[in-house]
Ligand binder design. Structure first.
Ligand code: FMN
Ligand code: SF4
Length: 485
């Protein structure tokens, strides 16, 4: 593989276009992005019952910085204010909020419950106010809350004390998580009670004035695991109908209990097998390049959603299309497409030049990862024009994000451009770019992955290299130490 060209060294848009050509990638891009009301990013979106004031969306990003009982801390509040400052008129979920203590991905994740009602209301209000100050109006701002159960990645009580709740035995992930062959599966009645937790959490979100809840179906967490539960027996496994029962039951309850609340679904639209660092290239100093887990003996591959069973490193969109059809039949309009998982194939989910501490060196140019998610999103958007589709994984585009985002909207690759890491580093980037304000290149996210490495080492997530709040914090020396060890 050729050495990866650092995008920070690509000085202009023509050079960027040449670089894409040399990699054989197609990514739409405007040489001179339009500004002001002309910009596709500033166009409002009106579809069915939904109205969104512009095409910029903030992706959900948790910060591992809630209190032990699942309330937001000052750090959480600061992050949500910055989400508001982004100027985005779609806030997709804020961050993953667990529907129960047992379903938390870490002991500092937010929980939606009666005792956190005030805290969640405060987050929403602070975000709204900050948005109003930035854009001059709170009009057409759509705010959702992402609801989750962490399933296989539950870790509610102590860091480094995982308490996985699994739906079926996975030949690779069970081994990675060191689960015994008789590790208990969630029972159908436990699943029914989790469905009720979602109903309770959604009703709370409705009461607090959130416009929608996202029933998270991505990144290897519980909702996503249902979709690949081919080998599970009983009502929630096997057939497509059974594997989607969880979603249908949640939607049915929400419609009955919170009739004015919109529903969204964030979906890992495709996946691949788990990856690990190549041991032949790994040393004390450096992780090896990512290689797929051996899967030749596992064919046909029954343990993924949106993967080709005979060639599981390739996507297969047949079932994701069926799932989007179901979503449409359920009257859901809001869909956010992502891919893979941050735990077992992070290069698919969040393309980066520098790996997190539990990752591996990129097995491909990260631009290939961006182009893959964009291509799949475009193809699903073409097949489902009536859905509102948010695209993901744009942050790696760095200085060229303001060129790609409006082109992608104008050419119909997605309805909204969802940005994640870039918001941690430079919340206002697209707002500034589409408003014609100068770009502050020193704040552009360079995908150093510290926002992922920090929580893997029991520290709050944030942009340590570029956001002074983290750079000058007491956590910084601990992060540096963790990265060395
Ligand atoms: C620190 C961090 C926390 C994240 N937390 C969530 C989350 O709570 N829910 C979710 O659906 N995705 C989460 N993601 C994934 C992002 O929403 C997004 O899909 C990913 O970062 C790729 O987009 P980007 O290239 O714009 O960063 C997280 C990503 C990061 C970096
Ligand atoms: S730590 Fe900052 S620069 Fe690094 S990936 Fe996260 S947001 Fe980007």
């Amino acid at each position: 593989m050729q050495p990866i060209l650092r995008l920070g060294s690509v000085k202009n848009i023509r050079h960027f276009e040449e670089h894409l050509r040399s990699l054989g990638l197609t990514i739409p891009c405007d040489r001179e992005p339009m500004r002001g009301n002309e910009s596709p990013l500033c166009q409002p979106l009106l579809k069915g019952r939904i109205r969104i004031g512009n095409r910029i969306a903030v992706q959900p990003m948790e910060g591992w910085d809630g209190t032990a009982d699942g309330n937001p801390s000052e750090n959480t509040l600061r992050r949500w204010k910055r989400f508001g400052r982004s100027g985005a008129k779609l806030i997709w979920g804020g961050e993953a909020v667990a529907v129960s203590h047992a379903g938390r991905a870490n002991p500092n994740q937010l929980v939606a419950a009666a005792h956190t009602e005030k805290g969640l209301a405060q987050l929403r209000a602070a975000l709204f106010e900050e948005h109003r100050l930035t854009t001059g109006s709170g009009h057409d701002l759509l705010i959702g809350l992402q609801l989750t159960h962490s399933g296989r990645y539950s870790c509610p009580n102590a860091h480094h004390q995982p308490e996985p709740r699994i739906l079926y035995r996975h030949p690779v992930l069970d081994r990675k998580l060191k689960l015994a062959s008789d590790y208990p599966l969630l029972t159908d009645s436990e699943i029914e009670s989790i469905v009720e937790d979602f109903h309770r959490a959604a009703t709370l979100a409705w009461k607090l004035g959130f416009h929608f809840v996202d029933i998270k179906h991505c990144h290897g967490y519980l909702g996503h695991e249902f979709l690949s539960a081919h080998t599970r027996q009983g009502r929630y496994g096997g057939s497509f109908e059974n594997r989607t029962r969880f979603l249908r039951e949640i939607v049915e309850g929400i419609r009955a209990l919170a009739p004015g609340l919109e529903i969204g679904v964030r979906l890992s639209a495709f996946d691949t097998v788990p990856y690990h660092p190549d041991p032949r290239e790994s040393s004390q100093e450096k992780l090896g390049r990512g290689i797929p887990e051996e899967n030749g003996r596992l064919l046909p591959y029954h343990w993924g959603f949106g993967v080709n069973r005979e060639q599981p490193t390739d996507p297969d969109l047949d079932e994701p299309c069926r799932f989007l059809l179901l979503i449409q039949e359920l009257g859901i309009q809001l869909v956010n497409l992502t891919a893979g998982s941050p735990y077992y194939n992070p290069h698919i989910q969040r393309p980066a030049l520098y790996p997190p501490s539990d990752g591996y060196q990129p097995p491909e140019d990260p631009l290939a990862g961006v182009a893959r998610q964009m291509r799949v999103t475009r193809s699903l958007k073409q097949r489902f024009p009536d859905l509102i589709i948010v695209g993901s994984a744009y942050s790696y585009l760095q200085d060229f994000l303001p060129h790609v985002a409006p082109a992608a909207i104008r050419q119909g690759w997605a309805d909204c451009i969802g940005i994640g890491r870039m918001v941690l580093a430079y919340p206002e980037l697209l707002w500034h770019a589409s408003g014609g304000q100068p770009i502050e290149h020193k704040f552009i996210c360079r995908t150093f992955s510290d926002c992922t490495t920090a929580p893997r080492n029991q520290l709050p997530s944030g942009c340590y290299p570029l956001d002074r709040y983290y750079k000058n914090s007491e956590w910084m020396p601990r992060l540096q130490l963790a990265k060395k060890s």
